[in-house]
Design a protein around this ligand. Structure first.
Ligand code: ADP
Ligand code: MG
Length: 692
């Protein structure tokens, strides 16, 4: 038999309703159920002495009832005082029947499992699970750790345990084929798969919980390795599918890039030259490029994108440049219009807030091919937009877009049976191990050099109590030294509406405090032309102080601005702070950033702001962010789902990744059937990556 051939409805306890619910969790077959792994464990294999308990711990105790009684306070509570040889504690019940109360007779022995909390110094458990014990010298202890599975409404833990019991009973070597090649098993000294699964579902008494949770146990590592491999395979398969398609090969641009370089007031950095060359080679191929360009804030990615665009445009094709926010799209549009009008290239601009007439005009320019470069937001890829001959799609600040969106955009550009090349740029430096996993479908180029003359931003971390001083310093700098400053208001997880309101209030207050300054306000609720007018005013120096929400987070480039105050920085992730701070430090002058936090800071918060003070290196900051907050934060919310593994953890298991990557390549090339089986086994229910 093979476990993947049996449907879950062939288990005791699975009727149509449960079957439906399990299926929504991605569980269809017996094999799927086996790969639905416990999140954590409870230890009912031993009892702990009351005196040794600690706050918040899940624990089992063996106790004797002393006395019990009802307390009538705000809430009617049955309190039962129990003890063991080490001390006493309370069991508390808010819902109870007379019969239950009667059964808690003094002298009765109980085995209780629950979470420990301390109430006025006395340990207690609220509604513990209880077993009545006849002989306290032989309490009915479990001989395995109790697994806790991810569940949904209507599928509870006991049912999951009952179902997994049934499948585990059928688990043998021949019911679950081994898919890992011998070489890799040998390399990692792997356990046998069936044994590893059996262990993870039902760890025997004596297994160290910490070792299990830390992922150090060989059985867990073995499964983590297989899961990472399956994920890696699914990403590679996605990539292979795309790169097997046809794309227009583009010869290197000759005239346009010369003309472009001549009009720049600076020369390219070595890193820019190298990355531009890598892209040029890709674009010459008759298959689509899939390349990620990483570079720290201010490394000069825009120019690299421009050079790539020229290669397509010189051959008579169209290029689309997609940015995650309107502000950034507008800024790119301004930059590119400036650069490209000198080269006689037509640029178009498409965002969702255009007026109907403008939009119609723009759509027709895009459809006719008159617009050679089209800059916009995701509005570029809506139904009604038709390109004439799109051959290169550039996505800026990719961490805001998911894999799915990129694939949709590829289809949009399909033209005469060919798909566009894709260039993805991210300003969030991504630690290597994470990039290896999250962007396994992309080739990577890194711009690891900043343009010369950049001075690192000096960062100060100050409590809000020092606000007045900060205001005075900012005013002085703007008036006396003709500095320009950003004042960033943060509200996370709030609507744009609320963010806008908060920024408005701050702008009004600051206007009162600094009457001599010209203060601008920009937030997500403004109309595009309003935003553009304000940003232009700031760029021209008409505005001294720009109060803003985090809409200015990415890409905004006003080199003269050299001061930034960020309110409530403790609410933001490090990557986001780094992005924001990257708006300054772009010109010749010293730049200062003040992180104006709300006291008191948590220890974690302190550590995070300290990192910001210590370094300007985006890669270092991202490493720390990954350590402190996990991959979701580093990649941005959109990508969070991408890295939700059942058992693997990219941080913890990073040492496995290089080998996994190598094996994935070999396996996909040499044993595609095995690769397919691994993907099916691990990725079921995660369609985005499991299926192409
Ligand atoms: P990012 O990589 O963050 O997108 P930008 O492309 O916005 O950075 O570039 C930041 C600033 O550096 C811009 O003002 C740009 O004109 C300037 N810049 C880019 N390349 C160079 C270079 N080689 N030398 C000097 N300045 C440069
Ligand atoms: Mg940029």
């Amino acid at each position: 038999m093979n476990l993947s051939d049996y449907h879950i409805s062939e288990l005791n306890g699975v009727g149509p309703a449960v079957s439906e619910k399990l299926s929504r969790m991605g569980i269809e077959t017996w094999q799927d159920l086996l790969f639905h792994l416990p999140l954590r464990y409870e230890d009912r294999t031993r009892v702990l002495p009351i005196a040794g308990l600690s706050q918040g711990q899940s624990a089992q105790v063996l106790v004797k009832v002393e006395h019990s009684g009802i307390r009538f306070g705000k809430r009617r509570t049955l309190i039962c005082r129990v003890s063991d040889s080490s001390g006493s504690m309370d069991l508390r019940f808010f819902y109870f029947s007379k019969a239950q109360q009667n059964r808690l007779q003094p002298g009765q022995w109980l085995l209780c499992f629950g979470d420990v909390t301390y109430v006025s110094g006395v340990a207690s458990m609220v509604h513990p699970e209880m077993t009545w014990v006849k002989d306290p010298s032989r309490p009915p202890l479990s001989d395995q750790l109790t697994p806790v599975y991810p569940v949904t409404d209507g599928v509870k833990q006991p049912l999951m345990r009952k179902l997994t019991d049934q499948v585990l009973a059928k688990l043998h070597h021949d019911s679950l084929p081994e898919l890992l090649p011998e070489t890799i098993k040998h390399h990692f000294q792997m356990d046998d798969l069936a044994a590893a699964l059996r262990f993870v579902h039902r760890p025997p008494r004596g297994t160290s919980l910490t070792q299990l949770i830390d992922g150090e146990h060989p059985a867990r590592q073995r499964l983590a390795m297989e899961e990472l491999l399956a994920f890696q395979l699914s990403m590679l398969r996605l990539r292979n599918k795309v790169v097997r398609e046809d794309a227009w090969p583009l010869a290197a641009a000759k005239q346009l890039n010369q003309a472009m370089l001549q009009q720049l007031p600076f020369s390219l950095t070595g890193a820019q030259v190298r990355v531009i060359d890598e892209i040029e080679q890709d674009l010459k191929q008759p298959h689509p490029m899939l390349r990620l360009v990483q570079g720290d804030v201010g490394a000069g990615k825009t120019l690299v994108a421009a050079m790539a665009a020229l290669q397509a445009i010189e051959q008579g094709f169209q290029v689309a440049l997609m940015a995650p926010t309107e502000i950034l799209a507008e800024q790119h549009w301004n930059n590119f219009s400036d650069w490209f009008s000198a080269l006689d290239i037509q640029c178009g601009f498409l965002v969702s807030k255009l007026k109907a007439g403008e939009r119609r005009e723009m759509l027709s320019q895009i459809a006719s091919g008159e617009a050679q470069l089209v800059v916009g937001t995701h509005a570029l890829f809506q139904e009604t937009v038709e390109f004439s001959k799109l051959t290169l799609v550039i996505v800026d600040e990719q961490h805001r877009f998911g894999v799915h969106q990129r694939m949709a955009l590829k289809e949009k550009g399909r033209y005469q049976g060919r798909v566009p090349h894709q260039l993805i740029m991210t300003a969030t430096p991504i630690p290597r191990t994470l990039a290896m996993t999250a962007y396994a479908d992309l080739e990577t180029s890194i711009i690891d050099e900043l343009p010369p003359g950049r001075k690192p931003v000096q960062t100060l971390v100050l409590p809000d109590a020092r606000r007045e001083q900060v205001v005075a310093r900012v005013e002085q700098a703007c008036r006396r030294d003709k500095a320009q400053a950003y004042w960033v208001c943060t509200l996370i997880d709030e609507s744009e509406e609320l963010q806008a309101q908060a920024a408005e209030v701050t702008a009004e207050q600051l206007a009162v405090n600094m009457p001599e300054l010209s203060i601008g306000l920009v937030h997500g609720r403004l109309k595009p032309f309003e935003k553009q007018a304000i940003m232009e005013g700031f760029k021209q120096g008409d505005i001294d102080l720009l109060v803003a929400t985090t809409v200015i987070e990415v890409g905004v480039d006003v080199p003269n601005a050299n001061l930034m105050v960020i309110e409530n920085p403790e609410r933001l992730g490090l990557a986001q702070l780094h992005q924001l701070r990257g708006r300054i430090g772009r010109g010749q002058r010293e730049s200062h950033c003040v992180l104006l936090y709300q006291a008191p800071l948590s220890r974690n918060g302190q550590a995070r702001l300290e990192i910001m003070r210590e370094t300007n290196d985006g890669f270092k900051i991202a490493e720390k962010d990954l350590e402190i907050r996990g991959p979701g934060e580093v990649l941005g919310t959109r990508q969070t789902g991408l890295l939700q593994f059942k058992i693997a953890d990219v941080m913890r298991d990073q040492v496995l990744l290089p080998k996994v990557q190598q094996v994935a390549r070999e396996l996909l090339a040499q044993q595609p059937d095995t690769a397919q089986a691994l993907i099916a086994r691990w990725m079921s229910g995660r369609e985005e990556y499991g299926q192409v």
